[in-house]
Ligand binder design. Structure first.
Ligand SMILES: [Zn+2]
Length: 256
């Protein structure tokens, strides 16, 4: 009986330490839209998003950019104790009108991955908004030119998507594009080779996990944050699940 009690105490202690210790790695969250008018699964309402940001700060997370992480991987700068990268795919206008003020009020950073042929279309970021966001500290990356799965086209077409999306943003005055997000999360070895050829330095997938210094920078893992159905309970559960799975080694880190 005493042994059983001891075992329970040890197990309980381990469980608590898993919950309160910083997760062993860089947490990258994946968002799309932040607004109060669209109702789809990709939209987090502004009040929920605000509460999520406050929760992350309360849990001790510090936002960094993708570039900060790459510099740290090369030993060129230290990372905060609980590093966090906020990412937004597709380049919706609400990232400028709704998301940015919430982050700025809290001194937080983010990275936005653009589909370049959608820039300026209704509901999507304009060139002016994009430039202003970059001036205000948001990191801009590519999510291709046309948002088509790269593995379902020829390597030459995929190469073109990577090259064209990078060049058109740089030609329009956006600073060097080095980060990339795979449309539909679809990737393959030859795609990562094409990213290197086109001078991208990192890419994010849609696969869950935490990232360490050993993670392949072209296969960074993200925790998806869809429209919450259970409010903050669901958000906290997603964070705890990430920390617990990483600590228990349930997610394999993709090595370089
Ligand atoms: Zn997308």
């Amino acid at each position: 009986m005493a042994i059983l009690l001891l075992l329970l105490l040890v197990a309980g202690g381990l469980f608590v330490s898993v919950l309160i210790d910083p997760p062993p790695g860089v947490l990258i969250l994946e968002y799309h839209k932040v607004n109060d008018w669209s109702q789809d699964v990709y939209t987090v309402p502004t009040a929920e998003f605000t509460a999520q940001m406050d929760e992350l700060l309360a849990q001790g997370y510090t936002t960094i950019s993708l570039l900060d992480f790459l510099r740290a991987k090369k030993g060129k700068q230290p990372l905060p104790e609980k590093p966090l990268i906020l990412t937004f795919d597709d380049g919706y206008m609400d990232n400028y009108t709704d998301m940015l003020p919430i982050l700025e009020a809290r001194g937080m950073k983010a990275t936005v991955f653009m589909v370049t042929n959608d820039i300026g279309l209704p509901g999507y970021l304009s060139w002016n908004a994009l430039k202003d966001m970059q001036e205000r500290g948001i990191e801009i990356g590519s999510h291709t030119a046309n948002h088509l799965p790269l593995t379902e086209m020829s390597p030459a077409e995929a190469d073109n998507e990577l090259r064209a999306s990078k060049l058109i943003m740089e030609w329009n005055g956006i600073r060097t594009i080095f980060g990339f997000s795979y449309p539909n999360g679809k990737y393959a070895d030859y795609i990562t080779a094409l990213l290197k050829k086109n001078e991208y330095l990192a890419a994010v997938t849609g696969e869950p996990g935490l990232n360490t210094m050993a993670t392949n920078p072209y296969l960074l893992q993200r925790i998806n944050i869809p429209r919450p159905r259970l409010g903050m309970t669901e958000f906290r559960f997603r964070l705890y699940k990430a920390a617990i799975c990483a600590r228990l080694g349930l997610w394999s880190h993709r090595q370089t």
